[in-house]
Each structure stands twice: as structure tokens, then as C-alpha cells.
Design a protein around this ligand. Structure first.
Ligand code: C2E
Ligand code: MG
Ligand code: MG
Length: 278
């Protein structure tokens, strides 16, 4: 028997294992934090809640974005621990928000990796967290990307159904980019679609992108799904989305991701602003 040893591959695997260890230690050392990016109702400008975005403050390196560590966390399985922590924090924020009538019905969207859906214990975990904190599970939206749903479609369907029967909402993130979106809608019942930034980015100048956005809005409408447009970074895009009847939106033009305290303040101010305009 002959086996090939690839020095490069070995060092990649070693690097990953090391990073996984560093992430686990970082989690124990409280190096991870959350940013919240507000989501608004386009027609009324009322705040709906926020999306939870993970950050890693690496000693000696500084703040690292999810693109730099989520893929490794997924490959090494650390993602389950990371997202368990994110979910604990998110439920804690919802519990705090309950204390103020202005924020009591605001929602949080949490990104969940496909590996977590397949290998984790999401339904019992959320059931326990929500019960203990007395938080309504309907205030949680779990965002899953299509590419992730693909890894084990059958198991994903079982878990998604279980979560939804508990009252948790499930949405498909970056909808339209995985090229299989339509076939998913057949097999998987979800609550919402998030229109990918790519289409929103091109919407103002590109006819095809605009048509895709229009189609996704109609699709969501006829299937009774909530639709969120993300990457709304200009007034023109927000105005166009309003014209097209897009229900909810998120993006730099509305608000950037911020600390939990700042986001909470922003949501309250936005609520007051929307009320004064109504
Ligand atoms: P996503 O879920 O599609 O999140 C939206 C990303 O777009 C965020 O980047 C956000 O900061 C960015 N963004 C928001 N508004 C705008 C805008 O107007 N223009 C542009 N160009 N970008 C905008 P971020 O925070 O770097 O997150 C990137 C991705 O990392 C997320 O994409 C999500 O897939 C993943 N991610 C973040 N946190 C978690 C997590 O806890 N678990 C998992 N599995 N994935 C996560
Ligand atoms: Mg997301
Ligand atoms: Mg997205």
C-alpha cells in the first residue's frame, strides 16, 4: 500500500487545528462579542429588531470579522460551541428587551451554520434557553444560507420542522445565490427570505438585478413569507425598495452593525421617530 504525504496539506490541517484550539480558548476568555445591525419596516420606518453578527477580538491582532473565522469554525466543528454561545447571548438580550415596552416585541435574527443544524441539538437547546429566560421563541429568526442547507437536506428538513413547531422562525439567508433556492422552497417550509446583497447592490443600475428583486418580492408575497432586503447602503436603494413594496430592510444606509447598547438605543430612538412621523 502506498500513501502520499502532502506537506502543504498537512500544514493546512495543522493550522486549522491550531485555530480551532485558539477559538475554543478565546470563547472561554470572552474574546468574542456581538454586533447588532438593525432591521426596519420599509413602509413605516419602524424598527423590527436586529441581526446578530459575531466578532472575534484576537489578542495582538484586533477585531476579526466572521469571514475570517467562521469557515474554519465550521470545518473543525467549533461552530456548534460558538453558536451555542451566540444563542445564549441573543436570548439574554431578548430577556432584557422584555423589560421595556418599547423593545419588548423586537426580534433578533441569528445566523446558524448548516453544520450546527445537522450535528447540533438546536431544538432542545432553544426550548430550554427560551423557557428559562421566559422569552417568546417567535422573536427569534434563525438565518441559514442555502449552501449550508444543502449538506444534509433530509436532516435539515427534520430540524427546521422541529424548530418551527416550537415557534422559532427560520429564514433563508442570501437567497438567490445558491442557485437551488426554488427547489428548496418545495421541500423546506420556512418563514422568511433574505434577498442577497448582490441583487440589492445592482438593483438601481442593472435591469436584471432589479427584476430579480421584484421576482423575489412577489415570490415571498405569494408564498406568505416575510422578505428582508439586505445591503441597503443608499437612500436610492431604500426608496426603490419602498416603491417595490419590500417589507423589511437592513443595511449601512439604515444603520451599521453596532454594540448591543448602541443598537438598543438606536432601536428606541427609531421607534420614537417612526411614531412621530405616523
Ligand atoms: P450575513 O448574514 O449575510 O450578514 C450580513 C453582512 O453584511 C454582515 O457582515 C454585515 O455587516 C454586512 N452588511 C450589512 N449592511 C451592509 C451594507 O449596506 N453593505 C455591505 N456591503 N455590507 C453590509 P459581517 O458581519 O461581516 O458578516 C458576514 C457573514 O458572516 C454573515 O453574512 C453571516 O453569514 C456570517 N456570520 C456572522 N455571524 C455569524 C454567526 O454567529 N454564525 C454564523 N454561522 N455565521 C455568521
Ligand atoms: Mg445573516
Ligand atoms: Mg445575508
Amino acid at each position: 500500500r502506498v500513501e502520499a504525504f502532502d506537506r502543504k496539506l498537512a500544514s493546512v490541517i495543522e493550522e486549522r487545528a491550531e485555530m480551532a484550539l485558539t477559538m475554543r480558548q478565546g470563547l472561554a476568555d470572552r474574546q468574542f462579542s456581538l454586533r447588532l445591525q438593525p432591521i426596519i419596516d420599509v413602509a413605516s420606518s419602524e424598527p423590527i429588531g436586529a441581526e446578530v453578527l459575531l466578532r472575534w477580538n484576537r489578542p495582538g491582532i484586533g477585531e476579526v470579522g466572521p469571514a475570517d473565522f467562521i469557515p474554519v469554525a465550521e470545518r473543525t466543528g467549533v461552530i456548534v460551541d460558538l453558536e451555542t454561545w451566540v444563542l445564549e447571548q441573543a436570548v439574554g438580550i431578548l430577556r432584557d428587551w422584555r423589560l421595556d415596552p418599547v423593545t419588548a416585541r423586537m426580534r433578533l435574527a441569528v445566523n446558524i451554520s448548516g453544520r450546527h443544524i445537522v450535528e447540533g441539538n438546536l431544538a432542545p437547546l432553544l426550548d430550554e434557553l427560551c423557557q428559562r429566560a421566559q422569552v417568546d421563541p417567535a422573536l427569534l429568526d434563525l438565518e441559514i444560507t442555502e449552501t449550508h442547507l444543502m449538506s444534509d437536506v433530509y436532516r435539515s428538513i427534520v430540524v427546521v420542522d422541529e424548530l418551527r413547531s416550537q415557534g422559532v422562525n427560520v429564514s433563508i439567508d442570501d437567497f438567490g445565490t445558491g442557485y437551488s433556492s426554488m427547489s428548496y422552497l418545495h421541500r423546506l417550509t420556512v418563514d422568511a427570505l433574505k434577498i442577497d446583497q448582490v441583487f440589492v447592490a445592482g438593483m438601481v443600475d442593472d435591469r436584471l438585478d432589479r427584476t430579480i428583486v421584484e421576482l423575489l418580492l412577489r415570490l415571498g408575497d405569494s408564498l406568505g413569507l416575510q422578505v428582508v432586503a439586505e445591503g441597503v447602503d443608499s437612500e436610492r436603494k431604500l426608496a426603490l425598495l419602498k416603491e417595490l413594496g419590500c417589507p423589511w430592510a437592513q443595511g449601512y444606509h439604515i444603520a451599521k452593525p453596532m454594540s448591543v447598547e448602541d443598537a438598543t438605543r438606536w432601536l428606541k430612538q427609531q421607534q420614537a421617530l417612526a411614531a412621530s412621523m405616523a
